[in-house]
Write a protein that binds this ligand. Structure first.
Ligand SMILES: *Cc1c(COP(=O)(O)O)cnc(C)c1O
Length: 233
């Protein structure tokens, strides 16, 4: 599985180059390995190559891996849809949830976050291209949702997550990420509690360079790091 270490250094090099070209601070960008559909041996290979943060979309798959990988120090991030009946387990087992799109989801996660754990880091997922098929708050809903979340002490609102629709070409790909960055900047000015928002979770295998150029602080990379997903659901 040497190819995983090689993929990671290629991604790291691309992040460095893209941030340098666009005068962003690349040192603070966090690489998350999207391990949905990948087996635990591959996760171990990525861990040996230095990755400490892993993303899962499906609770059952994630819980199984957490048991098998209990010997590794891993920061788990949840990036799937939060179903009401799963919110309790998600709040217990993850450090971050990137996909809050309405107040009810935030309330459920807050209610179930164990008090002995630090606040759950969360991002609001924004449906940046207003696609009917996609989850996420509308840009117009974001400010009210953000204020709601800052009223929940069990959650720590960090910023925004976006998954734009696929586009060809670097300039085209940058455009929705730029809007996400502007949205975060506006939000930070909305009220004092929102001034500390510091996270733009954006950029996947096919658009990571564009996202970094527009100020991504967290990139979520799956297939470019691990190869094709093999666990079928
Ligand atoms: C699957 C997934 C990714 C990773 O996608 P790749 O194209 O494999 O890099 C990133 N973010 C989310 C929310 C995903 O569901």
């Amino acid at each position: 599985m040497d190819y995983i270490a090689k993929n990671i250094s290629q991604i790291t090099a691309l992040v460095e180059k893209s941030s340098k070209d666009s005068h962003q601070n690349g040192d603070t960008i966090k690489l998350l390995a999207v391990s949905k559909g990948q087996n635990v041996d591959k996760i171990r290979a990525a861990w040996r190559a230095g990755v400490r943060c892993f993303d899962e979309n499906y609770l059952q798959e994630a819980l199984k891996k957490m048991v098998e990988l209990a010997d590794l120090e891993i920061e788990w991030h949840f990036i799937g849809a939060v179903q009401g009946n799963k919110a309790g387990a998600i709040a217990e087992h993850f450090s971050w949830v990137h996909t809050i799109d309405r107040a009810r989801v935030a309330d459920l996660l807050a209610k179930h976050r164990p008090r002995q754990l630090p606040p759950l880091n969360v991002c609001i997922q924004v449906n940046i291209d207003a696609e009917a098929s996609k989850a996420g708050a509308t840009t117009g809903e974001v400010a009210a949702l953000a204020r709601h979340i800052t009223g929940l002490p069990a959650l720590c609102l960090r910023g925004l997550t976006v998954i734009p629709k696929p586009r060809a070409g670097l300039e085209e790909q940058r455009e929705p990420f730029r809007r996400a960055r502007q949205l975060l900047e506006q939000l930070r000015k909305c009220s004092p509690e929102l001034r500390s928002l510091d996270t733009l979770s954006m950029g996947m295998s096919n658009d990571v360079a564009a996202a970094v150029m527009e100020g991504a602080t967290i990139i979520r990379v799956g297939t470019a790091l691990f190869g094709p997903r093999e666990i079928r659901r």
